[in-house]
Design a protein around this ligand. Structure first.
Ligand SMILES: Cc1cc2nc3c(=O)[nH]c(=O)nc-3n(C[C@H](O)[C@H](O)[C@H](O)COP(=O)(O)OP(=O)(O)OC[C@H]3O[C@@H](n4cnc5c(N)ncnc54)[C@H](O)[C@@H]3O)c2cc1C
Length: 335
């Protein structure tokens, strides 16, 4: 291993639940190493809907998902967490009362582990086009990360669900033109949004290609120039395009977490909601991945679970220390 880190708590998953647990642990005086397989923090907020407004975060009548992720990262900065991105936490071994977590060339040693793996590691479903990888992250995307790059561009959107239709309607405001390719004549999206899409079709801002499939991608150096669209008779229409957005859903995989001896049912970890403890002493779970009767899978639930998990972590790290609620207004945060 290239690096060995000693930390009080290892947090697996840098989604909203994992990030906020780092804050709560920091307020109790513990340092954390937080790991995510994605190259950026934020979990679903950054990977699936960064440009969407969220309306049910307490105290924020309306906040873009990406801004919430940025704020959560800012909020943990005073506690100087060790953030390891771009590699999954692969193995977890318990030696005496310590956990050894491996993540790429890193080894993290801690007394407590908080699993905040959400829906699992994200893998977008990709269309079976041989050269698609040549264009990925340059002109082919599986999520909208920077809306402005589509200004005055021709975009081909593939898919027929909420993401495809939502983005077509949204991007039609700034794009030069949008083509939507869907293999069925009807769309599986909210009725109101489908109506808006149909209005934009009538106005000539969107062209629908249904029932059709993506044929081939043409271009060079990662830049798309044209896209072939095949109908059911395999007849090809070629359109000019600058970008391709594929919304075929994501296939979240539990990944290595399934091998750590934790009680998992239907891809969720069973926990005691009073402590967020799993069946493995020293391993806690929070956020979308944690399950108990009455669980509501929302960001705010994950925040509260992060606070409970931090309290439980104290009982693991310093079993003799009595837990007392301390207000942040009295404590402040390190400068
Ligand atoms: C389109 C959409 C809109 C939504 N709107 C709302 C809303 O308005 N309000 C609301 O409250 N909720 C909303 N949600 C749900 C909300 O996003 C989730 O409840 C929240 O993201 C769960 O947070 P989390 O931290 O538990 O997990 P996630 O955000 O899923 O993050 C988990 C992270 O763990 C990482 N991970 C998993 N396994 C490993 C591993 N082995 N090693 C390293 N990293 C790993 C993943 O890469 C991921 O980044 C929405 C969801 C979607 C898809």
């Amino acid at each position: 291993m290239e690096n060995t880190y000693q930390t009080d708590i290892t947090v697996i998953g840098a989604g909203p639940a994992g990030l906020f647990s780092v804050f709560e642990a920091g307020m109790l005086g513990y340092n954390c190493t937080i790991i995510d397989s994605l190259p950026e923090i934020g979990g679903q907020l950054s990977a699936l809907y960064p440009e969407k407004p969220i309306y049910d975060i307490p105290g924020h009548p309306n906040i873009l998902a990406k801004d919430l992720a940025i704020n959560l990262e800012k909020q943990i900065q005073p506690f100087k967490p060790n953030i390891l991105l771009g590699e999954p936490a692969k193995s977890v071994i318990k030696k005496d009362d310590l956990f050894i977590t491996t993540c790429g060339q890193n080894e993290i040693i801690s007394k407590c582990l908080i699993v905040a793996g959400g829906g699992g590691m994200f893998t977008p479903r990709k269309p079976p086009i041989a050269n698609i990888t040549d264009f990925e992250e340059k002109s082919v995307f599986y999520a909208v990360k920077n809306k402005q790059q589509f200004t005055n561009k021709t975009i081909v959107i593939a898919g027929g669900g909420d993401s495809a239709v939502d983005w077509a309607v949204d991007l039609a405001q700034i794009a030069k033109h949008i083509h939507i390719i869907h293999r069925r004549p009807e769309f599986r999206a909210a009725e109101g949004t489908v109506q808006k899409m149909n209005t934009l079709v009538k106005e000539g801002k969107i062209t629908l290609h249904t029932p059709c499939q993506l044929g081939a991608i043409h271009g060079e150096n990662g830049e798309i120039s044209k896209i072939d669209i095949a109908n059911l008779k395999k007849e090809i229409t070629t359109v000019d395009a600058d970008f391709l957005l594929c919304f075929f859903g994501i296939a979240p995989t539990l990944g290595p977490i399934a091998d750590w001896g934790i009680d998992i049912e239907k891809k969720k970890i069973n926990v005691d909601p009073a402590s967020m403890k799993t069946n493995v002493e020293g391993i806690l779970a929070i956020g979308d991945m944690a399950h108990y009767a009455g669980k509501i899978e929302l960001i705010l639930t994950g925040f509260a679970e992060g606070a409970i998990a931090a309290r439980t972590a104290q009982s693991i790290i310093e079993p003799d220390k009595k837990f007392r609620v301390k207000y942040s207004t009295s404590l402040g945060v390190p400068s």
